[in-house]
Write a protein that binds this ligand. Structure first.
Ligand code: ADP
Length: 432
């Protein structure tokens, strides 16, 4: 930990301090006077917030004084931001919520689209935080399977939000901890297991429809969520497959507002394709602060997420449980890939798509070492059902004892691993 004097930053109104912090360093941020927010969540005065491996903007509407202790790889003040347009978008959405409350109708169902690294997740956080600050209870739907803002990469999730999004931990604060560890907000997660929707679009669409069904049911039952609406964050796919996914998503979640971030052609296409069916299409500019993340940074973020799932963060540490499990006590499964017969070997008339949602049993063995597996809530193996069964949580294979036919797994929940069916995706993590 550095002992250097903290650096002071004075921000005028509507300015933001943009900082980038490497993974191996810790930086403390403190709001000394005035008001400021990080992606929509207000900072408390004289509270130390600690960051590592993050790229953030500290924005102030009315001016503030900040202190930063530690070494940032990038730090500068920007006085040009698109924050006014983001706030106006929130105000327009809030009007719809007011109307929904008055008429017992539905709040806005917002879909955020755009290429990679334009600030979709950051904008989702802001719109959700602003809604929460007005005592709304929106649902956050995360369809970006590469990132996993809520649980782990590889999942499609929906989280009903009732508490402010944590400044330091993002959505993770309430949702990355073990679902059984008493977390207030339990995300609904389905396991996809691939980094891009393109890798198995049939499965992706199936899970998207399943998630939408659950969210729609929740909206029917929960008045506060229904009038608050949903914000859907997507991955950056904007080619033909991406357009197809967007169309499916609009239909499945009855989307009525599309926000296109930082892409003129996509905006024009979305207007042409969807405005006629009554969907409002809004164009917003990308913030100059949004940082492109290379694959090394994404991989590091993934590792950090996995680590936090089992060990928590410095603010709320978790002690994971290590359990020895017999090979025959679990059934390791994977979908499609790997089981694919060559097209020529498939029965006539049956195309490759059939095997894209085929569930395959995987023999446990050394190859599982360091894998992160998703634990299904399913109690029995019915191929058509298990794919659409949500997740209980995740386990990490820390040791494989092939001769004794046992594996040691790390789990955030105490006791025996209660569920038998574990999904194997492409996630690997070696504890440092
Ligand atoms: P997308 O969801 O479109 O891929 P993100 O919202 O995840 O984009 O943003 C990419 C990166 O840029 C993230 O690390 C995010 O924290 C950072 N970022 C976003 N907006 C800003 C900003 N105004 N200043 C500094 N960093 C930002």
């Amino acid at each position: 930990m550095t002992t250097t004097e903290p650096k002071e930053w004075i921000l005028d109104e509507e300015n933001e301090l943009r900082i980038e912090i490497d993974f191996e360093v810790k930086v403390k941020l403190r709001l000394v006077t005035g008001t400021a927010e990080v992606f929509g969540t207000e900072l408390g005065q004289n509270v130390d917030y600690e960051f590592s491996g993050r790229k953030i903007a500290v924005f102030t509407w009315h001016g503030c004084k900040l202190q930063v202790q530690g070494t940032c790889s990038v730090e500068y003040i920007a006085n040009e931001t698109p924050m006014i347009s983001y706030l106006n978008t929130h105000l327009a959405l809030e009007q719809r919520r007011v109307l929904a409350t008055q008429s017992n109708g539905k709040g806005p169902r917002v879909l955020i689209v755009g290429p990679n690294d334009v600030g979709k997740t950051s904008l989702s956080k802001m719109l959700l935080s602003y809604a929460l600050r007005q005592s709304r209870q929106p649902i956050y739907v995360d369809l970006d399977c590469s990132e996993g803002s809520i649980t782990m990469p590889g999942c499609l999730t929906a989280t009903p939000l009732t508490e402010m999004i944590d400044v330091e931990e993002g959505f993770g604060s309430s949702a990355t901890s073990a679902p059984t560890a008493g977390s207030a907000v339990m995300p609904l997660a389905y396991y996809y297991g691939f980094p891009s929707p393109k890798d198995n679009s049939k499965l992706y669409n199936l899970l998207l429809a399943r998630l939408a069904q659950s969210v729609n049911r929740r909206l029917e039952e929960d008045e506060a969520a229904r009038t608050s609406g949903i914000v859907i964050d997507t991955n950056g796919l904007i080619d033909a497959t991406g357009y197809e996914l967007i169309a499916n998503c609009i239909q499945a979640f009855s989307v009525d507002v599309i926000i296109v971030l930082g892409h003129e052609r996509l905006y024009s296409d979305m207007t042409r394709l969807h405005q006629k069916s009554g969907v409002s299409v809004i164009k917003l500019a990308k913030s100059g602060g949004v940082v492109e993340r290379d694959s090394a940074f994404r991989r590091q973020t993934q590792k950090q997420k996995i680590r936090e799932y089992f060990y928590g963060t410095s603010k709320s540490e978790l002690a994971p449980y290590s359990t020895m499990v017999n090979y025959h006590d679990v059934e390791v499964l994977r979908v499609g890939e790997g089981s694919l017969a060559p097209s020529s070997a498939l029965p006539i008339g049956e195309d490759r798509k059939v095997s894209e949602t085929h569930v395959v049993k995987v023999e446990p063995g050394e190859h599982l070492l360091h894998s992160v597996l998703a634990v299904s809530n399913a109690d029995k193996l019915v191929e058509s059902e298990i794919l659409e069964t949500n997740l209980a949580g995740f386990v990490y294979i820390s040791e494989v004892h092939d001769i004794r036919k046992k594996i040691t797994v790390l789990s955030p929940c105490p006791g025996r691993i209660p569920k038998k069916f574990w999904w194997l995706g492409s996630l690997k993590w070696a504890e440092d």
